[in-house]
Design a protein. Structure first.
Length: 170
């Protein structure tokens, strides 16, 4: 993922969250007014639906879609990401928005893809580091060979060996 793309995504995500924060401030200010308090239960429910669908719902959907795209770019380094249009994986990995489009990963989708990425990382790490398990035994073997050579090449040992071979006489 390029740095430019990461910065652009971060900026877009930040501006969407700021927009959502401003909408929530306006909504909570309206809820404190006498006009909102005078509304009937039905009017309050209609306001909730309108607020959610027209104002906050679309922004939440954009944030979810952007976060899903960022995550999928990271996942694509290790495994091929699931298609939004494949009917087999649609319900397993994706959740639909208000318009019935599959644009955002579901919690199960995040979980499954994280699990698959962890498995792939583990397999790559094991394939790269198989030789590490040989270091311990090889180090021990080399140490033993060095000790044996130093023992055999030691002048005191050679003199003692000559003494034993000659039958105890100098």
């Amino acid at each position: 993922m390029s740095l430019e793309r990461s910065i652009r995504d971060w900026h877009t995500l930040r501006s969407l969250r700021n927009k959502l924060r401003n909408i929530d401030k306006g909504d909570s200010a309206f809820r404190r007014t006498d006009k909102f308090k005078k509304l009937t239960a039905k009017e309050k429910a209609e306001y909730e639906d309108e607020y959610w669908q027209l104002e906050a719902g679309d922004i939440y959907a954009e944030i979810g879609e952007l976060e899903s795209n960022i995550f999928l770019r990271k996942v694509s380094k290790y495994i091929p990401p699931p298609s939004r249009h494949d009917e087999k994986t649609q319900d397993e990995y994706w959740k639909s928005n208000f318009h019935g489009e599959y644009r955002e990963l579901s919690q199960n989708g995040y979980h499954e893809l994280n699990k698959l990425v962890r498995e792939e990382k583990k397999a790559r790490r094991e394939a790269r580091l198989w030789w590490v398990s040989l270091i311990g035994p090889l180090t021990g073997l080399i140490g033993c060979l060095i000790a044996l050579l130093s023992f055999l090449l030691n002048p005191i040992f050679r003199e003692g060996l000559r003494y034993i071979i000659s039958g105890g006489s100098k």
